[in-house]
Write a protein that binds this ligand. Structure first.
Ligand code: NBP
Length: 482
């Protein structure tokens, strides 16, 4: 019997996805650049399964049922192109190549188009959930050549995580690099969620002076509220974890955050598409700032700027902090969906935003109860421009405002850095302000550069220039937005 699919790349993700496919009754051929790893895999974790190995790409292709499906789980970038170039001469028209790595979506756009010329279908799919997700049910976000979906769907939907209602956390996202775009935004949101949790932990530890047991208990309690999510759950575990000497391990970990680029790409895309994705972008900058450890240590000695303790009733502060975290998280997801919507419109991807929320509902790192509410919001209004105006989310934002303001104000007073909770509040303040001071900016632009302005007492689209000093001319600059 020929195999249903081949997977190239036997690192953590590839091996676990193969074992997951095998559990779900699919026959898989495994291949890896370093071929010795194929034997190690077959003799190790894959022993006693239906998984077969290949000694070369030719051998691998000969073992596949047509149309052939070859999935790459290798390092993103040139390595993917190298495998595609080696595979194309071995494949026939109608065969399918799938890239399951963390690829930047313009690369997927290009590969879909290049392979279409050769009659080969290409799928670029986000896979989230890390090692455990890959093994027992990841969130899978496929996009690319729509012709490939009917062939890939039974495998992907079988191995994907399921919601409590049994729905697969995998559906067709859209054409071109839409799947990888959605995965990129997922990772950006992950950056934001992690930073928000870190800010809450900082407030508890340095502001309220809480012990690790108290903080663990608080996060565990929060996990029974609207904040219920994988990241809150693991944060409670992390705070409770003791090193060999009985001390909390988290305090021995260097405070310099790493990153592999997906948060940065999300921020760059937001700037390109003109979306105010302030929270995720702040979370990327927060990681960058954290990585300047030596400079920070030096500056801390230079300035007299210690964190002041937060006085007052601890349980009241904790409830305020919980509300500030929840409200900020809503803003982050709302901004993320604004970006997805803009990309969908700019690229004609026709994305279904409710389905995107469903795909993130289980299996992935940002899985949470809250994504069910996001799905409901987009089901009620598929064209919702800003999630924060949906009745459910609007009520939470409105109700949290006093506590959120109190927490952010206290962070400024006490010298606690709080870039994401404060930027989220600033965003909502701006988004809900009918008249912003941008009239001053327009006046300045017209003053120094004759860039013109629209008037509140005239129709939109009519542009005016004033000779502000009496010495400038009446000629205006061309009016366009970038
Ligand atoms: P890695 O990202 O560490 O990639 C390892 C694989 O890439 C191995 O098969 C390795 O072959 C191959 N490879 C490398 Br590295 N350089 C190569 C080259 N020059 N030519 C050919 N093959 C090469 O593995 P991973 O962590 O399993 O991730 C796989 C993909 O999934 C990545 O794109 C990653 O970003 C993405 N992803 C990872 C996670 C996660 O939690 N780790 C989650 C979601 C998505 P070798 O064995 O011969 O060196």
């Amino acid at each position: 019997m020929k195999a249903d699919i081949a997977v190239i790349g036997l690192a953590v993700m590839g091996q676990n996805l193969i074992l997951n496919m095998n559990d779900n009754g699919f026959k898989v051929v495994a291949f890896n650049r370093t071929v010795a790893k194929v034997d190690e895999f077959l003799e190790g974790p894959a022993k006693g399964t239906n998984i077969v190995g290949a000694t070369s790409l030719e051998d691998m292709v000969s073992k596949l049922e047509t149309p052939r499906k070859v999935m790459l789980m290798v390092r993103a970038g040139d390595v993917v192109d190298q495998f595609i170039n080696a595979l194309v001469p071995l494949l026939d028209e109608g065969d399918i190549i799938i890239d399951g790595g963390n690829t930047n979506y313009p690369d997927t756009n290009r590969r879909v188009a290049e392979l279409r010329e050769k009659g080969i279908h290409f799928v670029g799919t986000g896979v989230s959930g890390g090692e455990e997700g890959a093994r027992f049910g990841p969130s899978i976000m496929p996009g690319g050549s729509p012709e490939a979906w009917p062939f890939v769907k039974p495998i992907f939907q079988a191995i994907a995580a399921k919601t409590d209602d049994g729905e697969a956390c995998c559906d067709w996202v859209g054409r071109e690099g839409a799947g990888h775009f959605v995965k990129m935004v997922h990772n950006g949101i992950e950056y934001g969620d992690m930073q928000l949790i870190s800010e809450a932990y900082h407030f508890m530890k340095e502001g309220l002076g809480m012990s690790h047991d108290e903080m663990q208990a608080t996060f565990a309690e929060w996990n029974n509220t609207e904040l219920n999510s994988y990241l809150i759950e693991i944060s409670a575990d992390i705070l409770g974890y003791r090193d060999e000497d009985g001390e909390p391990l988290v305090e021995k970990i260097m405070d310099a955050a790493g990153q592999k680029g997906t948060g940065k790409w999300t921020g760059i895309n937001a700037l390109d598409l003109g979306i105010p994705l302030t929270l995720i972008t702040e979370s990327v900058f927060a990681r960058v700032l954290s990585s300047m450890k030596d400079q920070r240590v030096e500056a801390a000695q230079l300035f007299d700027n210690p964190i002041q303790p937060v006085e007052g009733d601890k349980s009241e502060w904790l409830e305020a902090l919980r509300q500030a975290l929840l409200a900020s998280k809503i803003i982050s997801y709302a901004q993320g969906f604004m970006l997805i919507r803009e990309a969908s419109e700019a690229n004609n991807w026709e994305l279904n935003y409710g389905n995107v929320a469903l795909m993130w509902r289980g299996g992935c790192i940002i899985r949470s109860a809250f994504l069910g509410n996001i799905r409901d919001a987009f089901e009620a209004n598929p064209e919702l421009p800003f999630l924060g105006t949906d009745a459910y989310f609007k009520d939470i934002l409105q109700g949290s405002l006093p506590a959120w303001r109190k927490v952010v104000a206290k962070s400024f007073e006490s010298g606690l850095p709080m870039p994401c909770m404060s930027s989220a509040l600033t965003f909502l303040n701006g988004y809900t302000t009918a008249r912003l001071p941008a009239n001053m900016i327009q006046a300045q632009r017209d003053y120094f550069g004759a860039h013109t302005y629209e008037r509140t007492d005239k129709a939109r689209g009519e542009f005016f220039h004033t000779n502000w000093t009496g010495t400038g001319g009446n000629i205006s600059s061309t009016t366009y937005d970038v």
